[in-house]
Design a protein around this ligand. Sequence first.
Ligand SMILES: C[S@@+](CC[C@H](N)C(=O)[O-])C[C@H]1O[C@@H](n2cnc3c(N)ncnc32)[C@H](O)[C@@H]1O
Length: 187
Amino acid sequence: MPGFRRVPLRLQVPRHPPDPPSPSPRPGPLTPLPRQVANALALLRGRAGKTVDLGSGDGRLVLEAHKQGLRPALGYELNPWLLCLANYRAWKAGCHGKVSFLKKDLWKVNLSDCHNVIVFLAPSVKPPLATKLLAELPDDARVVAGRFPFPCWTPSSSLGQGLEQVWAYDMKEVRREAQGSAQESQV
Ligand SMILES: C[S@@+](CC[C@H](N)C(=O)[O-])C[C@H]1O[C@@H](n2cnc3c(N)ncnc32)[C@H](O)[C@@H]1O
């Protein structure tokens, strides 16, 4: 004979205290960038025009440059695996087709239409690269170097310390200084 169970009319739901705040931020759009990248991009804040990373590696600087509104943003890189990785990262970040990673030798590309140039390269390439940049970049271009400064140029500004340090060079100032020292050596 089926019976009836008494069902409490006022069901009580146990109340849990709210979750404690997580100890570290979850990865996401607000997670801080590596300081080195953030410093480089900070030195290009407010600027416009074609932005290139010479030796773009996994594409992190190009992607952040694009997100900061620097358009077009592109990277030159020779390593095919890094080119694949950079393109994958661009796709994952929703930037597919909005940034470019080109398999080109940085020594063979003409930089005369570049307004922002990012250079995270070994110290040994800085002197020949300085000659190339002086010959090709427009006067209003800015070069941002990471890790190692250009030994013969005076930076307009610098940010960070140690491995995270970056230096900005304004080509107009760099040229003025170069012309000044050329005239001094003639006297
Ligand atoms: C130190 S990594 C910097 C990568 C990237 N800019 C970053 O900071 O994440 C230098 C990169 O330059 C690339 N590279 C070296 N010589 C190059 C050349 N002649 N043309 C294009 N890329 C070059 C290397 O393959 C390497 O990925």
